[in-house]
Structures are given as C-alpha cells and as structure tokens.
Design a protein. Structure first.
Length: 308
C-alpha cells in the first residue's frame, strides 16, 4: 500500500505541478495582455484628447507629454515603482528619440512582424541581466493613421519644435501601414511560479492527509476482520497437526467469506475427530479377532489328535 501510494503521490504531484505551471503561465499572459491594452489605451487617450488641446503650443515648443509613446511609457514607469519588474517599452528601428531604438532580440521580433504581417502577437520568456525570469508580450507598431506622418513623414513637414529637439535625421520617412517597431510588456514570472509551487505543496499535503486517514482506517478493518480470524484459523490448524482436536472450534457467526471458511474448518474438524475416534477403536477389534482365530486353531488341533 505504501509503494502504491508513493507512486500515485509522485504522479499526482507531477501532474498537478504541470497543470499549475500551465495555469500560472496563462494567468501571467492574461495579466500582460491587460497591461498592454492599458498602455495602448493611454496612447489613444493622449493622441485623441491631449494633443488637440495643445496643438498650438506644440508648434512653438515641443511638449513630450503630448507624445503617445511618452505618456504610455511614463505611466508604466510610475507603475514599476510599486510593482517591481512590470515594464513597458516601445522600441523602433528608426525612432525620433534614440532612447527608443530597438536592440538585439527586439530587432529580431520587429523583423518577424515585418516578414509576417499577419502575425499580431509574440509571447515568450527571457532572463534579464539580473538573472530574473520574465514573460513578455510583443505587438507590432504599425503606422495606421495619416496624422502620424506629420511628425514622422518628411522632415520638411514636421513641427519646428520637434526638429529643434531631435534634429532632422531620426524618426522620419515612415510610410503608411508600415511596421516600424514593437510594443513590449514584461511581467515577472517568479511570483506565479512560487504560487504554483505553493498550490502543489498544499495539494500533495492534502492527498497525504487523506491517505493517512484511509490507511489507518483500512489497517484497523484488516486487523479486526481479516488478520484476527486468519490467526485463529492458523492456530487451529497447528493444533490439528499435533492431533489436539478436542474441543476445537472456530466462531462462525459471521456471514462473510471468513465465516464460511470457519464453518468449513469446523466441519473438517468434526470429520477428523470421528476418524481419529474410529482409529482408536479398531486395534481392540483386531486383538479380539486374533484371539478367536487362535482358539479356533487349538480346537481344530485337538480334534485332529482325537481322530487319530
């Protein structure tokens, strides 16, 4: 029973850990997608409601707070102060602000979006420089509105304040419907993994507790209903083997299989007692038969002598 339990316990643990790990990953992906949707909503709000209100000031002085990318990234910069590891970034191959330029694996993702325009999302896991694991969700940045080309089309039509701040060489010559970069949301996976491990540990502890109760109950049942009757039968058979069959009998009140076995053993003992009793009486009969034969032989001898 212990071997069966141990095997089942390990299989259940591995299965539960696999399921919890998968569920934790799904929850993390869902959280990342919600946060990414929040960043996109912040961009839309800035583009549709903030920029029109400050359009006159933008032409004279560049105000970074009116840039959708800037507002979304600043929103998550403040969020990251409270929730460590939650980051949002927009990386572009040819950005106006060089701080937003794509590097390394970010360039590879942008190239994947460019090669496959139908690809709407990339989900993966990476380890940062500090050795922390995180899950990321990436979506392409596509020029979908003509208004975007006012700042990223030709330098000649760009706002003077923008040119004054960033120059004439970066972030221009974008085209409508072109994929120019990617939005990245990163979420740490350490907390979900620890939660999954905690859930699995609680699950295994619960299974072990249930088994302990079941094992104790079954042990008591087996001890009372099986082992004790079998010990009595074993003791009785041992007495029979020593020809001690007097006053031997098993209790046979129960109607289960052991009760039937006890009744059969009792009948066997009764038959054995009768057989032994007959065996004890048979030597006396044999001795009386031998005496009669000797007496008959003597009479026959005397008769033959008399005849002679």
């Amino acid at each position: 029973m212990l071997a069966i339990f141990l095997s089942g316990w390990l299989i259940a643990g591995l299965t539960a850990y696999t399921m919890e790990k998968r569920n934790a990953r799904q929850d993390t992906v869902h959280t990342a997608e919600v946060l990414l949707g929040t960043a996109i909503a912040a961009r839309s709000y800035t583009s549709e409601e903030i920029q029109p209100l400050l359009i006159d000031k933008i032409t004279k002085d560049f105000i970074p707070q009116t840039v959708p990318s800037y507002s979304a990234q600043q929103l998550f910069a403040r969020l990251g102060k409270k929730y460590q590891g939650y980051t949002y970034a927009e990386r572009v191959l040819n950005p106006t602000n060089r701080q937003n330029i794509a590097k390394g694996w970010q360039v590879e993702m942008i190239q994947a979006f460019i090669k496959n325009p139908e690809l709407k999302e990339i989900i993966g896991e990476r380890t940062n420089m500090e050795g922390e694991d995180f899950l990321y969700v990436a979506k392409p940045i596509q020029v979908q509105q003509q208004s975007c080309l006012q700042c990223h089309g030709k330098p000649e039509v760009a706002p003077p304040s923008l040119l004054k701040t960033y120059g004439y060489y970066n972030g221009f010559d974008w085209k409508l419907n072109e994929i120019v970069g990617t939005r990245l949301i990163s979420v740490p996976t350490l907390i979900p993994k620890k939660q999954a491990q905690k859930e699995v540990f609680s699950y295994l502890l619960m299974i072990a507790s249930v088994f302990l109760v079941a094992y104790t109950t079954v042990s008591l049942i087996v001890q009372h209903w099986i082992l004790r009757p079998l010990d009595a039968i074993s003791h009785l058979v041992e007495q029979v083997s020593l020809h001690r069959v007097e006053n031997l009998q098993l209790p046979d009140e129960s109607f289960d299989e052991l009760g039937k076995l006890s009744k059969s053993v009792n009948r066997l003992i009764i038959s054995l007692q009768k057989a032994l009793s007959n065996q004890k009486r048979s030597p006396h009969k044999k001795q009386r038969g031998d005496n009669n034969n000797r007496q008959l032989g003597a009479n026959n001898k005397q008769q033959r002598t008399h005849d002679k």
